[in-house]
Design a protein around this ligand. Structure first.
Ligand code: SF4
Ligand code: SF4
Length: 370
């Protein structure tokens, strides 16, 4: 199977301010080109486009092609589940919205340490496993946004799942927040197929800053490919990656993505070197030189999750984007940045001599007051 999947979370809109106003005509054109070029994987989820993505997928794709020619992935909205019975209710609704009687891939949506305990308590894993045994889904798994340790725990306790959907891109590969590389290694260790989301990091790797763009042009010469293509091919080059999702919004994006993924070539050694250089340039805008050694955590009387908060601060410096979801997860069982007592114990032990108190203040301003 070709390794490019059509993510339906950023579909073209009729009105840019209304996520529900999906431009169905344009979506149909895009879906047709996608299928004509030999691709068949479509990914949706209950909340995408304010609950309109699944219905649009039905109209543009599922109703228009033989079901057996398509691979359809959908996700259980575990955040909304309040009781065990809710799983069946959401699943039935999803089958109806999509106009199908089965899903090829079915994932627990957006798993992380905060949602794991609740999902365990309500029997979410047992529910999707039963769906597989009854033939309503062919493969089960979960999409995941948290650290490698949490992923390892979940996969150790749930070896029955078939796939994991991970955020993998070259900027996050060694990153402290998404931990793409470490998460990939954990999935590999547990022998799970990997579906990649955010290969272009929400567009960050599609529009490179000038210095990085110059490196890119120097490498490829007069007719360079798009920076997005390098990012997608980077993820697709990983051995255990079975599918790379791209949330496509226009025919141009779709034409570009399908052009290089039709006969996919893994990255060459030269391109791997280029990726390293681009990563260095992007990371040079990093703010806090924290290595994530976590010595400070042992000293902090407030148990403030200093290294992970600094990871988020660095990510914001590089991409200009905040990720509140990660802050929520990183502050579970930890004090907030604003609860710092300014005692300075952490700074006495930090091998990087970081002015921790000052950066925590900046972080609190960004995430708690921003
Ligand atoms: S200065 Fe703040 S972060 Fe550092 S040890 Fe004291 S309370 Fe913790
Ligand atoms: S001790 Fe310093 S370098 Fe280590 S995690 Fe804490 S802030 Fe980062």
């Amino acid at each position: 199977m070709k390794k490019l999947g059509f993510g339906t979370m950023r579909l073209p809109l009729l009105n840019a301010d209304d996520p529900k106003s999906i431009d169905l005509e344009q979506f149909i054109k895009m879906a047709d080109m996608f299928v004509e070029r030999g691709f068949c994987y479509f990914d949706t989820a209950y909340p995408y486009h304010e609950e309109h993505s699944e219905k649009a997928l039905k109209k543009a794709v599922i109703d228009r092609y033989p079901r057996e020619k398509l691979i359809i992935a959908d996700k259980m909205p575990i955040l909304r589940v309040k009781a065990t019975e809710d799983y069946q209710m959401y699943f039935d609704e999803q089958l109806k919205r999509c106009g199908t009687d089965y899903f090829d891939i079915y994932l627990l949506h957006n798993m992380g340490r905060d949602r794991y305990e609740k999902t365990q308590r309500f029997g979410g894993f047992e529910f999707i496993d039963a769906l597989k045994k009854k033939g309503y889904v062919l493969k089960t798994g979960f999409s995941f946004h948290d650290d490698a340790k949490t992923l390892d725990l979940i996969l150790s306790e749930h070896p029955e799942v078939d796939v994991v959907q991970l955020q993998i891109n070259y900027l996050d590969w060694d990153g402290a927040v998404a931990q793409s590389g470490k998460c990939y290694d954990v999935a590999k260790k547990h022998n799970k197929q990997v579906i990649v989301m955010e290969p272009v990091k929400g567009g960050t790797l599609a529009k490179l800053p000038d210095r990085a763009m110059q490196l890119f042009k120097d490498f490829y010469g007069s007719q360079p490919p798009t920076p997005a293509s390098l990012a997608v091919r980077y993820a697709a080059s990983l051995e255990n990656v079975k599918m790379v999702l791209s949330g496509m919004s226009s025919l141009e994006q779709l034409e570009d993505n399908t052009s290089y993924m039709q006969d996919f070539n893994p990255l060459s050694n030269g391109e791997r070197e280029l990726v390293k250089k681009l990563t260095d340039v992007l990371k040079s805008s990093i703010k806090v030189p924290c290595t994530g050694c976590r010595y400070c955590l042992e000293e902090c009387p407030q148990n403030i999750n200093i290294p992970d908060y600094f990871g988020l601060l660095n990510l914001h410096a590089v991409t200009g984007k905040k990720t509140n979801m990660y802050y929520q997860r990183f502050s579970m069982n930890h004090a907030k940045a604003s609860e710092c007592l300014k005692c300075g114990l952490c700074e006495n032990i930090c091998p990087q001599h970081i002015n921790i108190r000052e950066y925590l203040e900046e972080f609190a301003e960004l995430y708690e007051n921003g």
